[in-house]
Design a protein around this ligand. Structure first.
Ligand code: PMP
Length: 311
């Protein structure tokens, strides 16, 4: 089966989904997107899309900020995302990318008086960071963009220049991942992940006003920490040096899942190995995203509905 995409209102082979060189979004970064993981469950031969509703809602919110008109509802985008995966017939972990963009082929930096279009593709996608060994992070000199520059809470393609500068800076300095500070020097997030600290019997994470992308994995972990481990999460500004003194640190994201951070700026975090809280959260989280925990089954959408057994 060739990979399929949803492009210009229909399902087409991915190879046929092409845009012109003058496309506004390509020239000016005027697109909003989502990344939804589909997690392969080998026993059921099923792929579970994780929290697609939340991702599709965030996409529509991003589009509202960027004045992109999407003629579909959250439910319709979820269903189309599922159908793209089903048509591709993948039997492995995948990543689904819905993307809404300014599609006019003309010159002119603006958001108004432009056409919009919408596409979805899905590709096989394995681990992003090393969830077992953990990541070595460095605080990058590239500051996180501010809400009044390019809003970080919108998942806008152009925003990812900020993430790309940070990620490559970290890579070039021998780290696995970057941690970005806000303009006023508080820890914001990784290049594609939210940031958590374990401090005593609490989790601490930068608040939504710290120029973070308000992550769906972040919310998932806040919920699971409380419900499964009895750990409260405090959302507040986080100083850079708190990263050095926390008991544990970890990153969360659709791509990164729950990735422990074992080192920040050449200082071991806690004892310098994967900590017990990150490990406990990983255990519940990995079961849930593959549809193995009945309690949280509502978060999982099966890509192959014909395989769903009714109890
Ligand atoms: N921050 C940034 C900059 C990201 O790109 C992502 C990945 N989408 C996240 C945080 C984590 O968000 P989520 O858990 O919704 O994937």
């Amino acid at each position: 089966m060739p990979p399929y995409a949803f492009f210009k209102k229909q399902f087409v082979p991915l190879a046929e989904a092409k845009i012109g060189v003058m496309t506004h979004a390509f020239n000016y970064g005027t697109a909003c997107f989502e990344g939804i993981r589909g997690n392969w469950n080998p026993e059921e031969k099923q792929i579970y899309l994780f929290r697609p509703q939340e991702h599709c809602l965030r996409l529509l919110q991003s589009c509202r900020i960027l004045k992109i008109n999407v003629p579909y509802t959250v439910d319709e985008i979820c269903e189309m995302s599922r159908e793209v995966v089903e048509r591709c017939g993948y039997q492995e972990d995948v990543y689904v990318r819905p993307l809404a963009y300014k599609s006019s082929e003309l010159l002119g930096v603006r958001l108004h008086d432009l056409e919009d279009d919408f596409l979805i593709f899905a590709i096989p996608f394995g681990p992003y960071l090393d969830v077992d060994a953990g990541a070595r992070c460095g605080v990058t000199a590239w500051r996180r963009i501010d809400d009044n520059m390019i809003p970080a809470r919108a998942k806008i393609t152009g925003v990812y220049v900020n993430s790309a500068l940070a990620k490559t800076d970290a890579h070039d300095n021998g780290y696995d991942e970057a941690i970005m500070l806000t303009a006023d020097g508080h820890a914001s997030e990784g290049s594609g992940e939210n940031l958590f600290l374990v401090m005593g019997n609490k989790l601490v994470t930068p608040s939504v006003t710290e120029n973070i992308l308000v992550g769906i994995t972040r919310q998932t972990i806040i919920t699971l920490a409380q419900a499964e481990l009895g750990l409260e999460t405090v959302e507040r500004p986080v100083d850079r040096t708190e990263l050095y003194t926390a008991d544990e640190c970890f990153l969360t994201g659709t791509a990164a899942h729950v990735t422990p951070v074992v080192e920040v700026d050449h200082r071991p975090v806690g004892s310098g190995i994967v900590g017990p809280v990150a490990l406990a959260l990983q255990r519940v989280y990995f079961d849930i995203i593959r549809g193995r925990n009945k309690k949280y089954r509502d978060w999982c959408l099966p890509a192959y509905p014909k395989l769903v057994r009714t109890p």
